[in-house]
Write a protein that binds this ligand. Structure first.
Ligand SMILES: C[S@@+](CC[C@H](N)C(=O)[O-])C[C@H]1O[C@@H](n2cnc3c(N)ncnc32)[C@H](O)[C@@H]1O
Length: 454
């Protein structure tokens, strides 16, 4: 179902995601709980006071049917999650099921040209990467951005290094995606040039003080048949540009001959360059501190500059941006500032009020739509089988061995022919071997289980 710009949903994002239209969102940024095994609360007396969320996970936290639904819809993903359970434990499994089921919906609603950024940290990043590779396809992985939060050296340094970075995975839905390189090009700070830039632009014009570097004006092509070849390898040297462009550059004073007889070179002025392209390690956006002006006290609030960079790089004005774990709506504020449309979702009743007030503080007066409904337009395809799979933790109730969802059969504990009833507590999942064995033993050889096959 189409949703209006500037909407905040106060709800479990799974219900809202299920109701959003397929291929309708240009950019998704999510900053979910990281499986850090703690609870977060807003600072007392802050604007966000009262906001809190928990970040520890057990299988009991999950709706049992999610478990079975994941095993049914995406068996490869379920196997990846089971592998995480073996190496890390049940809490990671519960966390990844929660994330996996939502990730399938996010992939569905993303436009074919869309991008998703998943913010996480080393508590679960390596397992989440497996989930993402399975849902998006490994070829659609674009970057792991390492965001240095504060250049800190705090922590238990007697036993190791300070943990000071988050990971942000960038995935596209296909190999045609929005990418604006200007958003990841940082203008040079002429007053405080770093040593590397000074080395690169090592010449200074005495009359003007302008820095420049000298670069080659020739290009090489390999042409073994050409009579122009002048080295033994058959390399042909040509001017980099055609005559008209060369003349234009000479007139602009961009072409110099350092000594008579030398090949002319191109003078690349530093102040004419757009800036420095970022790589995947971002150290220039510090995390918020207690003194930061934009901080409102919401636990784990992210800097607007970080979201502006992400939104600027992977969307265009007018595009629809979604944050399904929006907290105090940093993504929405950044999207509004960059003239994008946006939708935010959060369980916290605080999100809507904080969004409204943050937008006003940023001089934006458009009203925010507050919705508490769940967009109940999706088809509920869950069955008893999904729920039983979760209750039994993917294991056959006979031999207790884990089996793929499709290999399980729903069985009456007490057959209907013997008075068993059609109720959840009289149903169980059995593997085919246990189910056949039970059928053979039963007097009537009943095939009651077939009634619940999905
Ligand atoms: C790490 S915080 C996000 C902070 C946000 N990026 C910001 O700058 O304010 C995670 C948020 O996810 C929300 N959350 C957790 N589980 C959720 C769910 N199932 N549906 C919607 N929101 C959820 C929490 O209430 C919390 O606000």
């Amino acid at each position: 179902m189409k949703v209006e710009n500037r909407t905040i949903f106060e709800n479990d994002n799974l219900h809202v995601l299920r109701g959003l239209d397929t291929n309708s969102i240009d950019l998704i940024y999510l900053d979910p709980p990281f499986n850090s095994n703690r609870t977060y609360e807003a600072s007392v007396g802050s604007e966000a006071a009262g906001a809190a969320f928990k970040d520890f996970w057990t299988l009991d936290d999950l709706d049992n049917a999610s478990h079975g639904e994941l095993a049914d819809r995406e068996p490869e993903l379920y196997h990846a999650i089971s592998a995480a359970e073996f190496s890390h434990g049940q809490s990671m499994k519960a966390y990844l099921i929660m994330m996996g089921i939502r990730m399938l919906e996010m992939f569905r609603i993303l436009k074919p040209t869309g991008t998703l950024y998943l913010h996480c940290d080393d508590n679960a990043s390596h397992y989440l990467k497996t989930v993402m590779d399975t849902v998006f396809g490994k070829d659609n992985f674009r970057n792991e951005i390492i965001w240095q939060r504060a250049a800190t050296t705090k922590g238990n340094l007697k036993k190791g290094l300070a943990r000071d970075s988050d990971s942000i995975f960038r995935y596209s839905k296909s190999d045609t995606f929005t990418w604006n390189v200007e958003a990841v090009t940082i203008p040079y700070d002429m007053a405080n040039l770093d040593a590397k830039t000074k080395r690169q632009y090592y010449c200074v014009e005495p009359e003007t003080g302008r820095r420049f570097s000298l670069t080659s004006l020739t290009a090489q092509t390999y042409d073994p048949n050409s009579h122009l070849t002048y080295d033994v390898m058959g390399v042909v040297r040509t001017w980099r540009w055609a005559e008209a462009r060369m003349r234009k550059e000479i007139a602009a004073g961009h072409i110099v001959q350092t000594r008579p007889g030398n090949v002319p070179r191109y003078k690349r002025y530093l102040d004419e360059q757009k800036g420095k392209r970022l790589n995947n390690i971002w150290v220039d956006i510090p995390n918020l501190t207690a003194r930061s002006k934009e901080r409102i006290g919401y636990p784990t609030q992210k800097p607007i500059a970080l979201l502006e960079r992400i939104i600027g790089a992977s969307s265009n004005p007018g595009d629809m941006v979604l944050d399904p774990f929006c907290g105090c709506a940093t993504t929405c504020v950044a999207a509004e500032r960059l003239q994008r449309q946006w939708i935010g979702i959060d369980l916290s009743p605080k999100s809507y009020k904080l969004t409204q007030s943050r937008l006003q503080q940023n001089g934006m007066l458009e009203p925010v739509i507050h919705r508490k409904d769940t967009l109940k337009f999706y088809k509920q395809k869950r069955t008893y089988k999904h729920t039983l799979f979760g209750i039994q933790d993917g294991k056959c109730n006979g031999c207790q061995v884990p089996f793929p969802f499709r290999s399980m059969r729903v069985d009456y504990v007490v057959a209907t022919s013997k008075g068993g009833i059609d109720a959840a507590d009289n149903l169980q999942l059995l593997c085919s071997a246990c189910s056949s064995m039970k059928e053979e033993k039963s007097d009537a050889g009943t095939t009651d289980s077939k009634r619940f096959k999905s």
